[in-house]
Ligand binder design. Structure first.
Ligand code: PAF
Length: 285
C-alpha cells in the first residue's frame, strides 16, 4: 500500500494513474478502522481498479472539543488493517494540509442543505454537517474518485453527501453500503472502543429495540413507537436517549402518520456514558 501524507504527493501519483484511465473507489474515514470500514474497502476493491482510503479526524465537524480530543487515533493499527484488506492507497494528511489557515477560521461550506441539516444530527450537533460537507468536498476534489462508499449507519450523513455531490455537480457515484454489526447487533463504530465493559454490554439493546419497534409497526402509531423506544432504551442504566426520530426515508422529514411517507426510517442517537452512539433501521420502503 502506498501512503501519502500530503496533497502534492497524492496528486503526483494520481496524475500517473489518470493516464492509465484506472478507476478509483474511495472510502473516507476518521480512522480507528473496524470491519464496517473494511467492508467498504472490499467493495471499492471489487468495483474499481484502485482503492483509496483517507484517514483524517476532521476538527470542523466536531461541535464539542472534548469529543474531538478523545476520538480514537490508532494509525499504526489502521495501516496494518488496510494492508491486510489490500487497500492500494492511504491518504493521511496533516491538519495543515486540509486547513492551511487556522481551522477555527477556515471557511465552511455554505451549501443550503435545507431540512437535511435541520433535523436529528443537524439539530443536536449544530454546524456538524457544514464541517462534513467542507471536508468531504475537499477530499473528493483531491482524490478524484469515480465511486465513493459510505456506510448506512450514518444514514443522514449519506443523504447529505448525496445532496452535496448533486448540488456541486461532481462526477462521482455515491454508494451506500449496509451497516456492519457485532454479533450482538451493535452497529460497528470507532466510538465503540471508548465504551466501558458495562456500557458495551448494554449498548447492544439499541439495535435489539429498533428491531422490536419495526415488529410493532402494524399495531402502533408513530408517536407510540417513538415513546416506547425512548422508554425501553432509557430503562438501561448506562443508556440515555438524545433523540429518536421517524422520518421519510428519502427526505428525512419527520413523519407523524404511517400513510404520510412511502418509506420510513427510524434513527436514534443515544448517550452511553460520554460516548454518543447512533443507529437506524429502515421501517418500510
Ligand atoms: O463518517 C466519517 O467518518 C466522517 O464523517 C467522514 C465522512 C470521514 C468525514 O470526515
Amino acid at each position: 500500500m502506498q501512503i501519502f501524507y500530503n496533497i502534492a504527493a497524492y496528486k503526483a501519483w494520481h496524475a500517473k494513474l489518470k493516464s492509465k484511465h484506472a478507476s478509483i473507489g474511495f472510502v473516507a474515514t476518521m480512522g480507528a478502522l473496524h470491519q464496517g470500514h473494511l467492508s467498504l474497502i472490499a467493495s471499492a476493491n471489487q468495483e474499481n481498479e484502485c482503492s483509496v482510503c483517507s484517514i483524517y479526524v476532521n476538527p470542523t465537524q466536531f461541535n464539542d472539543s472534548g469529543d474531538y480530543e478523545k476520538y480514537p487515533r490508532i494509525l499504526d493499527d489502521d495501516i496494518a488493517a488496510l494492508e491486510k484488506q489490500n487497500c492500494d492507497v492511504l491518504f493521511a494528511p496533516e491538519s495543515g494540509e486540509m486547513y492551511p489557515a487556522n481551522e477555527e477560521e477556515a471557511p465552511r461550506s455554505k451549501l443550503n442543505l435545507g431540512v437535511l441539516a435541520e433535523v436529528m444530527e443537524g439539530e443536536f450537533r449544530p454546524g456538524h454537517f457544514d464541517g462534513v460537507v467542507t471536508i468531504v468536498e475537499k477530499l473528493f476534489r483531491i482524490i478524484q474518485p469515480q465511486r465513493a462508499y459510505f456506510g448506512e449507519k450514518d444514514y443522514q450523513q449519506l443523504a447529505v453527501i448525496r445532496k452535496m455531490n448533486q448540488e456541486f455537480g461532481l462526477p462521482i457515484e455515491i454508494i451506500g453500503c449496509p451497516t456492519i454489526r457485532e454479533n450482538d447487533g451493535l452497529a460497528m463504530s470507532s466510538r465503540n472502543l471508548l465504551l466501558s465493559s458495562a456500557e458495551r454490554t448494554e449498548a447492544s439493546a439499541i439495535y435489539r429495540l429498533l428491531v422490536k419497534s419495526k415488529e410493532q409497526l402494524k399495531n402502533l402509531e408513530v408517536q407510540q413507537i417513538k415513546q416506547r423506544l425512548i422508554d425501553d432504551i432509557n430503562r438501561f442504566e448506562t443508556l440515555d436517549v438524545e433523540y429518536i426520530e421517524i422520518a421519510d426515508a428519502q427526505t428525512l422529514k419527520p413523519i407523524d402518520s404511517w400513510d404520510s411517507a412511502e418509506s420510513a426510517v427510524c434513527c436514534v442517537a443515544v448517550l452511553s456514558g460520554n460516548v454518543r452512539l447512533i443507529d437506524n433501521i429502515m421501517l418500510y420502503n
